[in-house]
Ligand binder design. Structure first.
Ligand code: ATP
Length: 233
């Protein structure tokens, strides 16, 4: 498989505090890769660097052979990376459909449109005229996911899709992934639910205190390897 996205010694800071200490990461086209790790390990910071929301050195992030680190977030969306942010962050005054359409403002050519999304999540069509923030947590997560898909990204970056959701709802959200990757979409998920991360991904990176503590094929990593890399015990 061809490499689509990579980071080379990626570092990130918040002021004087360093959050990432040299992350080497690779993603091939069509893969679903999970980034796991404890609270504060740097998972969200990693995704935010990829999405242009936290500064990175230009050469530290490579997408389709071009250095994109530190480019403005809008430019990164135009190039084909879209973020589903932690906590959904729907536009409070907008309806479900308007939220989805906002994601389409930076629209690239591709298979995703309203019709397609409503087929994937029929409940969103039913509720398309109600305020997005009046939906349940799981339904809001579907809107956030749909909004990112509306830009027709090449790489979908998902930050903690399962946050605050009941197990059955988490399964419902992740059940949409085969339809998404089936189109050749490449996906990075940051996930605290390690069991789910292992189940849906092909490869896993575990972060610990801003460094990669473990990486490997999801079906080959053992429980004890993961817990050691996760907690550092
Ligand atoms: P969580 O699961 O809690 O979101 P995480 O693995 O995503 O954790 P990050 O949110 O990336 O971790 O945080 C990595 C480090 O950077 C932590 O030490 C955190 O305190 C710090 N950090 C994150 N955001 C900021 C910020 N806006 N300002 C200052 N420090 C931050």
């Amino acid at each position: 498989m061809t490499q689509l996205l990579a980071t080379h010694g990626l570092q990130a800071w918040y002021g004087d505090a360093q959050a990432l200490f040299g992350i080497d990461f690779e993603l091939a086209k069509g893969e679903l890769v999970a980034v796991i790790g404890a609270n504060g390990a740097g998972k969200s910071t990693f995704l935010k660097c990829l999405a242009g929301l936290v500064r990175a050195k230009r050469e530290a992030i490579e997408f389709k052979g071009e250095a994109i680190g530190g480019l403005p977030a809008g430019e990164i969306v135009r190039r084909g990376l879209a973020l589903v942010p932690e906590g959904r962050r729907l536009f409070p005054s907008l309806s479900v459909e308007e939220n989805l359409l906002m994601g389409g403002l930076t629209r690239r050519a591709g298979p995703w449109n309203l019709e397609r999304l409503y087929a994937l999540f029929p409940i969103l069509q039913e509720k398309r005229h109600v305020p997005g923030t009046s939906l349940s947590g799981g339904q809001q997560q579907m809107v956030a996911l749909g909004r990112a898909l509306m830009s027709n990204p090449e790489v979908l970056l998902c930050d903690e899709l399962s946050l605050g959701l009941a197990p059955i709802v988490i399964r419902e959200i992740y059940a949409a992934m085969p339809a998404i990757t089936g189109e050749g979409m490449t996906v990075v998920i940051v996930e605290q639910d390690v069991t789910m991360a292992q189940r849906v991904s092909q490869r896993i990176y575990c972060l610990q205190e801003g460094r990669v503590s473990l990486q490997g094929r999801s079906d080959q990593l053992t429980h004890s390897q993961i817990s050691q890399a996760y907690f550092g015990v």
